[in-house]
Design a protein around this ligand. Structure first.
Ligand SMILES: Cc1cc2nc3c(=O)[nH]c(=O)nc-3n(C[C@H](O)[C@H](O)[C@H](O)COP(=O)(O)OP(=O)(O)OC[C@H]3O[C@@H](n4cnc5c(N)ncnc54)[C@H](O)[C@@H]3O)c2cc1C
Length: 376
């Protein structure tokens, strides 16, 4: 006997996918999530959840659990140039900082507690079908069927290649790095995120749970190659160039284990609908990490896609209208964020505009923090 199809199958159980599954399951839809990784799993990310993301968590009913898991509150930012000149400001509202190992599990657990099924440690290798005929989704271990599919597989997956997405296999414009640092000196980051700019990239530092410090960096291929894709080497170079960074890192040591190097990072808008698959989070578009808006967008677009797909499952939104309706909602929710994230990119990613950093970037960072928030 074949299993009845799921109303929705969500590919990717991270923030976008689990937020969508949580909303769908709460609405009574029959939903499953599939992820290639078992959870918790490491994630190349700066771990700072912006005020918009905190609001999304609160709507999902998860803010309390995230605070209880030890998330640090962050109200201020400081932007530092290699010559040590710095500009500080207040975020528009408090942000939260928690390792992705903890945060992602809490959102996934929220979806499971609401009734979503989860298949973890299974990569999706093929998605076939249509809204009319139904979809077939294959992993190495099973074949699942669903009336609709939400793609939330992040910024770069072999699945993108199989589905013919043009950025897959193209030269990587940027790479991400991530590690955790330990040491009592991390307390000097209390209540603030520090963004250090360097030639060809930037690096963020913030406290997460239990006094650990999260370090996330974004770098051009030239910088990554020069450091042999090795974060220790990159940090040695940056410490030598920037006494301010050396001072922020003083007394902190990397936790045991290798640093993470992310998949290639292709920034910018992609598409909210691929064939008849709806997309959310980084799978639909990748916002510049300096905005600290990526996780918030993942939660918000996941939540919004879940709401729309629940109406589709209930027969309130018909299949022919689903794709266009999602495109419209996605654009409304994200357009402003992408516009301003692109606009300020040269200031944060080097080139001639970097020299503007002190006169302009302080106000810009404050402005960017406001402008790259989603619509109220
Ligand atoms: C260096 C760097 C620093 C950053 N710092 C911040 C920050 O401080 N704050 C912030 O808000 N944002 C930050 N971001 C952005 C943030 O990490 C992303 O926007 C966010 O993780 C997107 O969430 P998502 O749910 O869309 O995708 P992801 O979190 O990438 O999750 C995608 C999931 O899909 C799964 N998957 C992939 N392929 C398959 C497959 N074939 N089958 C099944 N599952 C699959 C993966 O295992 C993964 O769990 C940063 C990004 C970078 C590169």
């Amino acid at each position: 006997m074949t299993a009845p199809p799921f109303d929705v199958l969500v590919v990717g159980a991270s923030l976008a996918g689990s937020a969508a599954a949580l909303v769908l399951a709460r609405s009574g839809a029959n939903v499953a999530i599939v992820d290639r990784s078992p959870f918790p799993r490491p994630k190349a990310c700066g771990d700072l959840l912006s005020p918009d993301g905190v609001s999304a968590l609160s709507r999902l009913g998860l803010e309390g659990a995230v605070r209880a898991a030890g998330a640090a509150t962050v109200r201020r930012f400081v932007l530092v140039r290699p010559d040590g000149r710095r500009l500080a400001g207040r975020l528009p509202a408090p942000a939260l900082s928690l390792s992705r190992e903890r945060l992602d599990v809490l959102v996934l657990d929220g979806a499971r507690a609401a009734g979503a099924a989860a298949f973890l440690g299974e990569a999706v290798t093929a998605i076939e079908g249509s809204l009319d005929a139904g979809f077939t989704v294959r992993t190495g271990a099973r074949t699942l069927s669903a009336r609709a599919v939400l793609g939330a597989w992040g910024r770069y997956s072999p699945l993108d290649g199989r589905l013919g997405r043009p950025f897959f296999g193209a030269p990587a414009p940027l790479f991400g790095f991530k590690t955790f640092l330990a040491g009592a000196a991390g307390r000097r980051l209390d209540d603030r995120v520090a963004l250090h700019l360097f030639r060809g990239g930037y690096l963020g530092l913030s406290l997460v749970e239990e006094g650990r410090v999260s370090l996330g960096a974004l770098a051009t291929p030239a910088v990554a190659t020069e450091a042999h894709h090795d974060l220790e080497r990159l940090l040695a170079r940056l410490r030598a160039e920037s006494p301010a960074l050396a001072a922020d890192l003083e007394g902190l040591a990397p936790e045991p284990g290798p640093a993470l190097v992310s998949e290639p990072v292709h920034l910018g808008v992609r598409q909210a609908v691929l064939g008849e698959i709806l997309l959310a989070g980084d799978a639909a578009g990748v916002v510049d990490p300096y905005t600290g808006a990526g996780m918030a967008l993942a939660l918000r677009t996941g939540e919004s896609a879940g709401t729309l797909l629940a109406r589709h499952a209930a027969g309130e939104v018909l299949s022919p209208a689903l794709g266009a309706e999602w495109e419209r909602r996605w654009r409304d929710a994200t357009g402003r964020v992408y516009f301003f994230s692109r606009l300020f990119r040269p200031v944060f990613l080097g080139g001639a505009a970097t020299r503007l950093v002190v006169p302009v970037a302080g106000p810009l960072a404050g402005l960017a923090a406001r402008l790259t928030r989603g619509p109220a």
